[in-house]
Design a protein around this ligand. Structure first.
Ligand code: AMP
Ligand code: ZN
Length: 478
């Protein structure tokens, strides 16, 4: 496998701010600093959220595939309008309210085989850094105190406001309200936004922090600016999120960070399109959502969900259907059956075509990824390769040595996909055990725990274990 050829392929990514693809050039050495907006931990993340996180995982893995090292930060928004509302409604502290959702999020990342970021800062751990930023913005007269005691950002003091979403302030402000204290709002309501929301005992219960501007709590937009700059520095290589984050969230992040530092905040902005259901964004507010847990309870594996969310280009909306998840099963089976077939090759002969096919497939795969993460073309390169090698296997023209090269290439592909199984399958599992295993899977789906336990005991007595792998459950000899 000629990996040197990869060095000559420039990794190009679409920059939302510039509206064009540009080559990734690190600010420093060979290292990329990546900031990814993380979950608001007021609920379990839904698979729409995970579409964005899987895109970010693809981006992270691709950056590494092309030889860069990486520091990724993904924040946890544990204080905002929604978490405070949730904690008050349940009559518990903010920490007690958000903790189970934080834990669930990390569990879900594992189930989906999403690589860990280097940092997962929680907003509540960075309040002093946020206060410091507000002080600077007040000093620079970009921020002011409103009549309600909250601190606002004066967007007309930042001439570049709107640069990311290409808004023209003059056109927009005519009908706009003067200022907005809510964390989330639409383009029609572009206005001065809140940096520090002053405490209201009725609304906020016991949830507040002390600051030089009075009791209160930070605005959501400020949280990401402060954590990004604190952990990664004033200028970072790439900042990403879902497309709904572009305005106002990322626009406001630019305004805050650049007014503070006087430097460009982000070199490259990327945004993932939404996962939709019947043309509507999957969201908690519309109630049209599935959590990962919902899908696992329906019998799908994390790896199947991962593949589903991965296989469509991130700039194309992905319509969620159960048929879609079903069809993923056969794609995965095809790839994993291929790997088993290659493991079983005993032949010593070949007509020497494999090396060429391996090198071509690797280059095609890499070029597709380098073209703004074109995963559909990258997958097409893999499936074409599988077809070609299968044809050679049919006529016994893949030798054992070449089989090793093929497996190595599949492993290389999987550093990006993260969905393949390289364990050699147990041959000759007795049929009645396979049947018992299938029945147990069914019993679990139907939540018939008594039958499921009974079948498990039967399998154990026969000397086999039921093993959970990221790819699903399987039988293994004890
Ligand atoms: P939230 O927890 O609402 O702050 O969202 C976390 C991340 O998920 C953000 O980057 C959002 O842009 C993204 N997101 C929310 N809904 C969807 C969706 N339906 N499809 C893709 N990404 C989404
Ligand atoms: Zn953010």
């Amino acid at each position: 496998m000629n990996e040197h050829a990869l060095k000559n392929i420039p990794l190009k990514l679409y920059n939302t701010a510039e509206r064009q693809k540009q080559e990734l050039k690190p600010i420093k050495d060979n290292h990329i600093q990546l900031y990814t907006c993380g979950p608001t931990v007021y609920h379990y993340a839904h698979i729409g959220n995970f579409r964005t996180y899987i895109f970010e995982d693809l981006l992270r893995r691709t950056i590494q595939f092309f030889g860069f090292s990486i520091t990724q930060v993904m924040n946890l928004t544990d204080v905002d309008d929604k978490t405070i509302r949730g904690a008050i409604a349940k009559g518990i502290t903010l920490d007690a309210y958000t903790k189970p959702y934080k834990d669930a999020f990390f569990e879900d990342l594992k189930t989906l085989n999403i690589q860990s970021a280097e940092y997962y800062p929680a907003a509540t751990d960075y309040i002093p850094a946020m206060i410091e930023m507000i002080k600077v913005l007040l000093d620079k007269k970009v921020a002011y105190k409103g009549g309600d005691g909250s601190i606002y950002y004066a967007i007309n003091q930042f001439p570049r406001y709107g640069c990311l979403s290409h808004l023209h302030l003059e056109d927009l402000q005519a009908g706009a309200s003067e200022r907005v204290a809510a964390d989330e709002y639409e383009k029609e309501h572009v206005a001065d936004f809140v940096l520090w929301k002053s405490y209201d005992p009725e609304r906020d219960g016991q949830i507040y922090w002390e600051s030089p501007f009075g009791l209160g709590r930070p605005g959501w937009h400020l949280e990401c600016s402060a954590m990004a700059m604190h952990l990664l520095g004033e200028t970072i290589d790439i900042h990403v999120g879902g497309i709904d984050n572009m305005f106002p969230h990322h626009e406001n992040e630019i305004a805050q960070s650049e007014a503070c530092s006087g430097k460009k905040f982000v070199n490259l902005w990327m945004h993932a399109e939404h996962l939709v259901v019947d043309q509507k964004k999957m969201s908690k507010s519309l109630g049209n959502f599935y959590t990962l847990r919902d899908l696992l309870n329906k019998g799908f594996t994390g790896i199947q969900v991962r593949y589903l969310l991965l296989q469509t280009h991130y700039k194309t909306q992905l319509n969620f259907t159960f048929q879609g998840v079903e069809s993923v099963k056969s794609s995965l089976q095809r790839l994993n059956d291929f790997i088993q077939r290659i493991y079983n090759i005993q032949t010593l002969q070949s007509d020497g075509q494999v090396d060429l096919l391996v090198n071509d497939a690797l280059i095609r795969f890499a070029e597709a990824l380098a073209d703004d993460l074109n995963i559909s073309s990258a997958l097409a390169a893999i499936f074409d390769f599988v077809r070609e090698i299968n044809c050679l296997c049919d006529v016994n023209q893949v030798s054992q040595k070449e089989a090793e090269t093929v497996i190595n290439l599949m492993k290389k592909f999987d550093t990006i996909l993260g969905v393949l199984t390289f364990d050699k399958r147990e041959e000759n599992i007795p049929e009645d055990l396979q049947e018992a295993f299938a029945k147990r899977q069914q019993a679990r789906q139907e939540k018939n725990w008594a039958l499921s336990d009974e079948l498990r005991d039967f399998i154990h007595q026969r000397g086999y274990l039921i093993e959970d792998t990221p790819q699903g459950t399987r039988l293994k000899k004890q």
